[in-house]
Design a protein around this ligand. Structure first.
Ligand code: AMP
Ligand code: MG
Length: 454
């Protein structure tokens, strides 16, 4: 396990006061590791889990050559380019039953989709292309080649080959694939446990009476939603007052119960609160100024487990008047080393953007996922966008199909880092890269679509 100092020493030109987004990604990929525990889970519990070992196919899928169409099966060697082929129907093969018998030259078999192709038959004429007269069919010339409308044994999966690979994030298609092999359970990494809380004396929990200068906590809810979409077990530690004892209790409880801790607020320079001080005191934590907008300040590190860790779910300060989301409250396995800390900025949009840009990829890695991030989409900007080179910007965008069929994107308007309604209207983030300058209307820009992540 590397210390932050060791990781920093490995990175070229690491400057915590002016870190590029690429630098943040590089740092985090060196900081986090997949959870060690693997469990065998049933298919219904496997969605959004990550496969911990290859799944080897015990069978070939499909197990036999079979028909892709309802029609007539025959030996394709009899096809000729010059003359129609006339065949006598000698029986019917249904799906789910092997047809017993022999089909000779000049003969064919009526066959249903999915039915096994008996030996010697390799071609199927779809029923709508065969002229049928009593027990004889006529196939026009040049309509078919040998092998047409045949599904080959093992064309989906071959026996003994990996059907799914370690590191795969299990999506609906993978669940079906596992089932198609007759397999009931898969080895998966255990679910990641993520604790989160909001900080700031001006932050109200739901149920508290409004007061001047105070705002209702929204970050815990967006973070809850983002984590739930990832399939994490969530541990909600509420809003934690700006009080050293409460903050310490929250951090220590989170470190004991969770693999990762997400906080919001209190990480910018000049904050008149104890959050930064407590992170520094309890863990190995770096405070960054990232060359990005929104989301400049961020703290990252590791909070070790201390013997005095608080007990009980809401030891750190229960959210008032609320029911907590379902989630893990069990302590982790013995010997756990603590939790990775993501100290996000306070502004609601900055929280979501830094989560999507940095925390989500890091958590996926901790979940054991080895897939690359999905590619960004290219769309034409419907408007000019001002952008300074030397920092990354994430603007809320609405992608739509232009009348000519191409993709276009417009911004949601007010891009303030506290304007959460812009995140609701948007269906993606326009990613303006570090070195990029102003965008003219009609220029292509990169977009990170929300679909799947939120
Ligand atoms: P901070 O990073 O703590 O300086 O917070 C920046 C801004 O985000 C301030 O206007 C805060 O009131 C606001 N903020 C911080 N935490 C939350 C939260 N949990 N929900 C909504 N707004 C917040
Ligand atoms: Mg604050």
């Amino acid at each position: 396990m590397k210390t932050l100092e060791q990781i920093a020493a490995e990175l070229q030109g690491y400057d915590p006061q002016a870190l590029s987004c690429a630098g943040v990604g590089e740092f985090l990929s060196r900081l986090v590791e997949p959870v060690a525990q693997v469990e065998e889970v049933g298919i219904f519990d496997a969605l959004a889990r990550v496969l911990a070992r290859d799944v080897i196919s015990p069978v070939s899928v499909p197990p036999h050559d079979n028909s892709a169409m309802d029609g007539y099966a025959f030996d394709g060697a009899q096809l000729s380019a010059d003359a129609p082929l006339v065949l006598t129907v000698v029986g019917t093969a249904l799906a789910g039953k092997a047809w017993q018998g022999c089909v000779k030259a000049g003969e064919c078999l009526k066959i249903m989709t999915g039915a096994i192709l008996p030996g010697g038959l390799d071609t199927v004429v779809p029923q709508e292309f065969a002229q049928v007269e009593a027990d004889r069919i006529t196939i026009p010339p040049r309509l078919l080649k040998p092998g047409d409308n045949r599904r080959l044994k093992g064309e989906d999966l071959l026996q003994g080959q990996p059907a799914l690979q370690k590191g795969e994030l299990l999506a609906p298609a993978a669940l079906g694939l596992v089932a198609s092999l007759g397999i009931k359970t898969v080895p998966a990494y255990r679910r990641l446990r993520v604790a989160y809380f909001s900080t700031g004396d001006e932050i109200l929990s739901l149920g508290e009476a409004p007061r001047e200068g105070a705002v209702y906590d929204s970050n815990r809810y967006t973070v809850f939603g983002l984590l739930s979409r990832l399939g994490c077990e969530v541990i909600d530690l509420g809003v934690v007052r700006d009080d050293p004892a409460l903050l310490e209790a929250a951090f220590t409880q989170a470190a004991r119960q969770a693999d990762a801790i997400i906080t919001s607020g209190g990480v910018s320079v000049g904050e008149a609160d104890y959050t930064r001080a407590m992170m520094k005191k309890l863990g190995d934590v770096a405070f960054w100024r990232i060359a990005m907008r929104p989301g400049r300040p961020m703290a990252v590190g590791r909070i070790p487990v201390t013997p005095s860790s608080g007990a009980g779910r809401f030891a750190a300060g229960p959210p008032q008047g609320e029911t907590a989301p379902p989630g893990g409250s069990e302590p982790r396995e013995a010997g756990s080393v603590g939790a990775i800390l993501f100290g996000l900025p306070g502004n609601p949009v900055a929280v979501m953007v830094t989560f999507l840009a940095f925390v989500r990829p890091a958590l996926l890695r901790m979940m054991g996922c080895t897939a690359d991030a999905p590619p960004l989409l290219k769309a034409r900007s419907a408007e000019a966008i001002r952008k300074k080179p030397g920092r990354s910007e994430y603007q809320r965008g609405i992608v739509s199909t232009a009348p000519d069929g191409s993709l276009q994107v417009r911004t949601t308007g007010n891009q303030g880092s506290g304007v959460l309604s812009s995140m609701v209207q948007a269906n993606g983030l326009i990613v303006l890269h570090h070195a990029q300058g102003n965008v003219a209307a009609g220029d292509a820009v990169d977009v990170m679509m929300f679909d799947g992540a939120m």
